[in-house]
Design a protein around this ligand. Structure first.
Ligand code: GLU
Length: 473
């Protein structure tokens, strides 16, 4: 039988790093085993669930390249089945009606606390035989003796004494089902064979195992993934910076790098750091997920991202860069054909870690006009370079458009030779003239990408700047 896994987010916000890793591990394991990866939107909390959050989950998964099989199941559409399961449990005596009011429950907890005990439901309505006309919740009759346990795919054997678990509410007084009941019904309905989720659900799993048994359903296998920590060792949160997948997209990270980074949070495969998606799918096994928490280190993500920028397919990276520019509405004052954008990516990808940095550092390629960095101009645009700068301007003007890096190189070198200059002595002033600052890709590439007309305008402006300096030293 082929395996079936699912990702079951509650649509109450963006897709976060933790949820994205859960989705990824389920997806990787399903794909590795040739099974199915399903999606269930846990939207029974109608007040907190929003359309926008559902869309954010879909978009986040798509951005990460995690495709799902079959139609997503919206949990709120299953209320009838959930209620039927509760009715069955009442019939078989596995559940009972509890009429305790909120005040009574509070008083119960206060007494327990006063006696140094753990606040919990004391089973007061367990043996009630009357059926007063009052609001009630339905509680599960947890076995009072024995243990409940399972072999976790990640943590190994885990078990708890039943007396540690109190009688959980299955259905609220307004008839809505609670999380544990709904999850068991729906995982069974969807034929889920493996549930891989966060560590924080271990206690729910004990309760869910009881429910599977009481409902006569076969329980899936479970694997609970350890926490993701920030670099200070505390649970990853807003405080550590970006937490939603979209924030990372907006910061200019590539989906492949994010996928690779998330995969390495708790899973390893020898010493290998970089994986193509195919390699991840081929190598991923849930058995290799570690039981200790992993740290989300931004530096690692940066270095992976840089690697993907440098080594990714140039056309693909260019497309992602174009999407990024559009998404961020980066003002590009010129029409750029994709060939030009491709050249920009080619020249910048060795020197940038993110698409955002690439965009920021490519400003001078996109804008009609540039500002000269005062310090760089002062240092490099000095009267001594006036003659070679003028010569370069006239040489470029005489070359046919479009200028190319190879075409510009020989006349540029000839000017160096005539003036007895080393490369940097002319390249740096030209760089400042064309880009406004002292850092850019190779000067021939810069000339080609900026294009003849703009190179001439910018050189003219730089020459005028040097002339002013020569006149008023
Ligand atoms: N909606 C639950 C959550 O987001 C799902 C937990 C589960 O996978 O069962 O935590």
């Amino acid at each position: 039988m082929s395996i079936r896994l699912r990702f079951a987010p509650s649509p109450t916000g963006d897709l976060h790093v933790g949820g994205a890793r859960t989705a990824l591990f389920n997806w990787l394991y399903a794909r590795h085993m040739g099974g199915k990866f399903l999606l269930r939107i846990e939207d029974t909390d109608r007040e907190r669930s929003t359309e926008a959050a559902v869309q954010a989950i879909f978009d986040g998964l798509k951005w990460l390249g995690l495709d799902w099989d079959e139609e997503p199941l919206f949990q709120h559409t299953r209320q009838e089945a959930h209620c039927a399961a509760v009715a069955r449990l009442l019939e078989t005596g596995h559940a009972y009606r509890c009429y305790c009011t909120a005040e009574e429950l509070e008083q119960m907890r206060a007494e327990q606390r006063a006696h140094g005990g753990k606040p919990r439901y004391n089973g007061r309505c367990r043996h009630r035989t009357d059926a007063p006309d009052q609001p009630f919740v339905v509680r599960f009759r947890t076995p009072s003796e024995g243990m409940v346990g399972f072999d976790d795919l990640i943590k190994g054997r885990v078990a708890v004494a039943n007396e540690e678990l109190d009688d959980l509410v299955l259905q609220r007084s307004d008839s809505t089902p609670t999380y544990n009941l709904a999850v068991v019904c729906d995982d069974a309905e969807m034929g889920i064979t493996h549930v891989i989720r966060g560590d924080d659900h271990v206690n729910n799993t004990f309760r869910q195992l009881h429910l599977y048994e009481a409902l006569g359903l076969k329980a899936p296998q479970f694997g609970h993934m350890p926490l993701i920590l920030g670099e200070d060792g505390a649970k990853l949160s807003k405080r550590h910076g970006a937490t939603s997948v979209f924030e990372y997209a907006r910061l200019g990270y590539l989906p492949a790098a994010m996928r690779n980074h998330l995969a390495r949070l708790g899973w390893s495969h020898g010493d290998q750091e970089q994986f193509t998606t195919e390699e991840l799918v081929a190598a991923f096994d849930i058995k290799d997920v570690g039981a200790s928490p992993s740290v989300f280190a931004l530096q690692k993500l940066d270095s992976l991202n840089g690697w993907y920028l440098r080594n990714g397919d140039l056309d693909e990276v260019t497309d992602l860069f174009a999407d990024f520019l559009q998404q961020e509405a980066i003002p590009i004052e010129v029409d750029h054909d994709s060939a030009r954008l491709r050249r920009i990516v080619e020249s910048q990808r060795e020197r940038t870690a993110t698409l955002k940095e690439m965009a920021e550092k490519s400003d001078y390629f996109f804008r009609e006009e540039i500002d000269l960095d005062e310090k760089a101009a002062h240092k490099h645009l000095r009267p001594v370079v006036l003659a070679p700068l003028r010569e370069l301007r006239d040489t470029l003007a005489a070359l046919p458009a479009p200028l190319t890096a190879e075409g510009v190189k020989p006349p540029f070198e000839a000017i160096l030779e005539r003036h007895g200059l080393k490369m940097g002595k002319l390249a740096q002033p030209v760089r400042v003239a064309l880009t406004g600052g002292g850092i850019s890709p190779g000067i021939y590439d810069v000339i080609e990408i900026i294009g003849k007309e703009r190179c001439l305008t910018r050189l003219d402006a730089a020459i005028a700047y040097v002339e002013r300096r020569a006149e008023h030293p």
